[in-house]
Design a protein around this ligand. Structure first.
Ligand code: KG4
Ligand code: ZN
Length: 346
């Protein structure tokens, strides 16, 4: 079965052809157009500009994905498309393209929850992963921990109390004038560090529960900029900035993993899945590997191109989901609050 997966919930316009086989999914093509240069002058994604870019890009991206997979639209068995959550203009653009293609070619349509897509990015390389698993989704908008008993199951365990981990990377990078998007820049810069800057203060929670909070990192970086104003001008070649970036990503990785051990025992999980853009981070990947080894868990972290938003993860999830009953009505609209529909809480 061939699935065309489309994803444009934020600022990446991506299409992929994935073949679902008896041995699991095989990605036949993945095409993506980033919009970093469009949004970089503003230091963050501008929703209106993102939607306009998708409108220009989507047709060429789909055609290129089909061409690279060497198949025609007539051979596609289903179209999987992100329904939400995300930016409404971005979602609307790709959802409209998917509906038009489904109508024209009488191809069944499968609306996909974006986070279920991130989970299923891990299925591409690990179709036989032992379940139940703890699923850590870390991106620009999400820092959520779920229990997954199978590949279409996400039961919320906990989420960040304030900023998402990706936001922490992007905002602190912005304060240090390192550019946009901050995550990959902090990662590369931190890897060049010869030493580690002093630690940040860990958040304390009044209810005493192990949890996540990343907004204090902004205050921590602000304080260092007051103490050492030259950090703002140093850039990625400055050893002090490198040491700070190294500390930032070490801290984010440590804080992300810290509450997980208790849940591993409580839910008797066999695997750990880490996905979303921040799962590209070299330090998080290293620490997650060490954590999984220590607790005897199988670890599934997608390769970086499947961690950030991409069409292949949507196709991978779409392969397992029901198609719309009557696709000719095409009654799938963008849904910005989709978690309530498909993701159940414990
Ligand atoms: O999953 P994603 O592509 O989009 C959302 O659904 O948000 O994640 C984007 C986020 C951004 O905050 C970006 O800075 C972060 O992922 N990111 C990274 C790295 N690559 C991307 N953060 C840390 N290290 C990286 N190497
Ligand atoms: Zn995402």
């Amino acid at each position: 079965m061939y699935i065309l997966g489309l994803e444009s919930s934020c600022d990446d316009c991506s299409a992929s052809v994935l073949e679902e086989t008896a041995r699991g999914p095989i990605v036949r093509s993945l095409v993506g157009k980033a919009q970093d240069t469009v949004h970089a002058p503003y230091g963050g994604v501008v929703p209106e500009l993102a939607a306009r870019e998708h409108l220009v890009q989507i047709r060429g991206v789909i055609e290129e994905a089909l061409r690279q997979a060497n198949i025609s639209m007539g051979q596609v068995n289903r179209i999987a498309v992100t329904q939400g959550p995300g930016l409404v203009g971005s979602l609307l653009c790709t959802l409209s393209a998917a509906k038009a293609l489904a109508w024209q070619h009488r191809t069944p349509l499968v609306p996909v929850h974006h986070i279920l897509g991130h989970l299923n990015a891990a299925r591409i390389a690990h179709p036989d992963l032992s379940m139940p698993a703890l699923t850590l989704i870390v991106s620009g908008g999400h820092t959520h921990l779920y229990l997954s008993r199978h590949w279409t199951d996400l039961q919320l365990i906990q989420k960040t109390r304030d900023d998402a981990a990706g936001e922490a990377f992007d905002k602190t990078a912005r304060m240090l004038n390192l550019g946009y998007p901050g995550g990959p820049i902090v990662d590369k810069c931190g890897q060049r560090a010869k030493h580690l800057a002093p630690p940040f203060t860990s958040p304390k929670f009044s209810d005493g529960r192990a949890s996540w909070s990343f907004s204090g990192l902004k205050t921590g970086v602000r304080q260092r900029l007051i103490d050492q104003p030259e950090l703002a001008e140093g850039g990625v070649d400055d050893p002090k900035v490198q040491a700070l970036c190294h500390r930032l990503q070490t801290t984010i990785a440590e804080w992300l993993l810290a509450p997980l051990a208790d849940y591993v025992h409580h839910y008797k999980v066999e695997s750990l899945i880490v996905s979303g853009g921040v799962a590209c981070n070299s330090e998080l990947r290293k620490q997650a590997q060490a954590f999984a080894t220590e607790l005897g868990l199988s670890l599934a972290i997608p390769e970086p191109r499947y961690c950030t938003d991409n069409g292949a993860m949507i196709a991978s999830a779409g392969a397992l989901l029901p198609v719309l009953d009557d696709f000719t009505t095409l009654n799938a609209d963008p849904d910005l609050r989709l978690p309530q529909l498909q993701v159940s809480s414990l």
